[in-house]
Design a protein around this ligand. Structure first.
Ligand SMILES: *[C@@H]1O[C@H](CO)[C@@H](O)[C@H](O)[C@H]1NC(C)=O
Ligand SMILES: *[C@@H]1O[C@H](CO)[C@@H](O)[C@H](O)[C@H]1NC(C)=O
Ligand SMILES: *[C@@H]1O[C@H](CO)[C@@H](O)[C@H](O)[C@H]1NC(C)=O
Ligand SMILES: *[C@@H]1O[C@H](CO)[C@@H](O)[C@H](O)[C@H]1NC(C)=O
Length: 386
C-alpha cells in the first residue's frame, strides 16, 4: 500500500522539474575529542583526537552513491584558539587546523566535484566545548564578560569566507544548532555572518539556523526558557545577493528535534516528518524562503526506514526544500552510533556496529536513503537556491 502510494508520487514528480539540489551526508569528526574537563583535546591531534573525512569513503559516496553534498563539521575553538579568541586570527602554525580542514573541503569540492557545507559545530557558543551542547558562552551575550561578541563572530565569518570565496562548491552554514538563547540574538548573529560573508566577496549559498536546535517541528513554537519562535525573527534576515536558505534539523525519534534523544533506547521512529514540518513549510512558503535539512536520522529497523522514506519523499514533493544531509558518516565513529539506537552504527562505508555487524551504510542507507537520491542533482556552478 505504502510503496504503491510512493510510486504514484514519484511518477507525478518525474514530470515536474527537479527541486532537490543538494543531497548527501554529514562528515562528523572535526569536533571530536573535547568532551569532559574544560580544555580537553584543545588543540588536539589530527588523526587521533579528531579527523574530518576518510577520502576513500567520500569517493565511495560520490562515485557509487552519486550524492553531491557533504556537511563537514569543525570546532571554532580549534580554528580560533582560546588564546587568540574568536575572530579573524586563525591557528597559523604550519600544520594547522584550517589547512587540515581545507584539505578535506578541497577533496570533496575540487577532486570529487561535490558540494561541501562548512559547519562550525558550536551551538552558537564559544570558549568551552567540553560539554556541548550546553557548555560555553553564548556568542553575543553582553551580560557574560567571557562571551565572544557578535562583532567577533562577524570577523570570524569574514575571514573564513574570504578563504573560500573563490570555491564555487562550498555552502556556508552559519552555526550548528543554536538553542536556549534569545531568538533576536540568533537573528543578529546570523545577520552579521551574512554581511561579513558578502563583504568578503563570497557569493555562495548561506544556511541560517534558528532557535531550539534549529528544529523544524518547533519552528513556529516557543522553545527553551520562553524564547520566541524562530518564525518570528528568521524572516527578517537580509542578504544583498538573496542567496540564503534556512538550516533545519529534524530527527524522527521520541522528541523530534534532538539527536541526543536517540542515545540509548530510542531506536523506534515515532515522529512523522510530513506532519511535524507542515507549519515550517507553510512559513517558508509565506516568506518565500527555502530550507535545507542538514541533520536527520533513523535507526536500523523497518519502522525507521518507513519514516525516513516518508520524510525524503515529502522533501522532494515540496518546493520549499532544496536539499538534505543525513547524520552521520565520518572517519572516527568506529562501532559507535551517531544516532538512532546503540546497534545502528554510523553511515561510514565499510565499518561495523557494536555487535560486529555491518553498520547503517549497509542497511539504513540501501533501504531508506539510496532510493531517494535524485538523479538530477546540481553538479556545477556556484552554490545557490536554484
Ligand atoms: C578509509 O576507507 C577505506 C575504504 O572503506 C578503508 O579501507 C580504510 O581502512 C579507511 N581508513 C581509515 C583510516 O579508516
Ligand atoms: C595550532 O595547531 C597546531 C596543530 O594542531 C597545534 O600544535 C598548536 O598548539 C595550535 N596552536 C594554538 C595556539 O592552539
Ligand atoms: C548571559 O550571561 C549571563 C551572565 O553569565 C547568564 O546569567 C545568562 O544565562 C546568559 N544568557 C544566555 C542566553 O546564555
Ligand atoms: C502548527 O501550528 C498550529 C497553530 O499554531 C499549532 O496548533 C500546531 O500544534 C502546530 N503543529 C505542529 C505539528 O507543530
Amino acid at each position: 500500500m505504502k510503496s504503491l502510494q510512493n510510486l504514484g508520487l514519484l511518477a507525478a514528480l518525474s514530470l515536474s522539474t527537479a527541486k532537490l539540489l543538494y543531497v548527501g551526508v554529514n562528515e562528523s569528526g572535526g569536533e571530536f575529542g573535547v568532551f569532559g574537563t574544560p580544555g580537553t583535546g584543545l588543540p588536539g591531534t589530527f588523526g587521533v583526537n579528531y579527523a574530518f573525512i576518510n577520502e576513500s569513503t567520500v569517493d565511495i559516496f560520490v562515485d557509487q552513491e552519486k550524492i553531491n553534498f557533504f556537511r563537514v563539521t569543525f570546532l571554532m575553538e580549534r580554528m580560533c584558539p582560546l588564546e587568540f579568541g574568536l575572530g579573524a586570527r586563525f591557528n597559523e602554525t604550519r600544520m594547522q587546523y584550517f589547512s587540515e580542514y581545507a584539505a578535506a573541503i578541497n577533496h570533496i569540492t575540487v577532486t570529487k566535484g561535490a558540494y561541501a557545507l562548512i559547519d562550525p559545530h558550536n551551538y552558537m557558543r564559544y570558549n568551552d566545548p567540553s560539554n556541548q551542547p550546553f557548555s560555553g558562552s553564548v556568542i553575543g551575550n553582553t551580560s557574560d564578560p567571557n562571551a565572544a561578541t557578535t562583532a567577533q563572530f562577524g570577523e570570524f565569518w569574514g575571514e573564513l569566507a574570504r578563504r573560500f570565496a573563490t570555491n564555487p562548491k562550498v555552502v556556508f552554514g552559519i552555526n550548528n544548532e543554536p538553542h536556549d538563547m534569545p531568538t533576536q540574538l540568533i537573528l543578529a548573529n546570523d545577520q552579521i555572518a551574512i554581511d561579513a560573508i558578502r563583504a568578503a566577496g563570497a557569493p555562495q549559498l548561506i544556511l541560517a539556523p534558528g532557535n531550539g536546535f534549529t528544529g523544524g517541528h518547533s519552528w513556529t513554537q516557543v522553545t527553551g526558557n520562553n524564547d520566541a519562535p524562530s518564525s518570528e525573527f528568521l524572516n527578517k534576515l537580509s542578504d544583498p545577493l538573496k542567496n540564503t536558505a534556512i538550516d533545519i534539523h529534524e530527527y524522527l525519534g521520541e522528541l523530534a528535534g534532538r539527536h541526543v534523544d536517540f542515545s540509548g533506547q530510542h531506536a523506534e521512529c515515532t515522529q512523522p516528518a510530513p506532519t511535524n514540518l507542515a507549519n515550517l513549510t507553510l512559513w517558508l512558503r509565506e516568506n518565500n524562503l527555502k530550507a535545507v535539512i542538514s541533520e536527520f536520522g533513523g535507526g536500523d529497523n523497518q519502522n525507521c526506514y518507513d519514516f525516513i522514506d516518508d520524510m525524503l519523499t515529502y522533501l522532494a514533493a515540496n518546493d520549499e526544500y532544496i536539499g538534505w544531509t543525513i547524520w552521520a558518516a565520518g572517519p572516527l565513529w568506529g562501532t559507535s552510533s551517531p544516532c538512532c539506537g546503540p546497534d545502528t552504527g554510523s553511515l561510514e562505508p565499510g565499518m561495523l556496529n557494536d555487535l560486529g555487524q555491518p553498520d547503517a551504510f549497509s542497511n539504513v542507507w540501501p533501504n531508506a536513503v539510496r532510493p531517494n537520491i535524485p538523479k538530477d542533482l546540481k553538479r556545477s556552478g556556484v552554490s545557490s537556491l536554484d
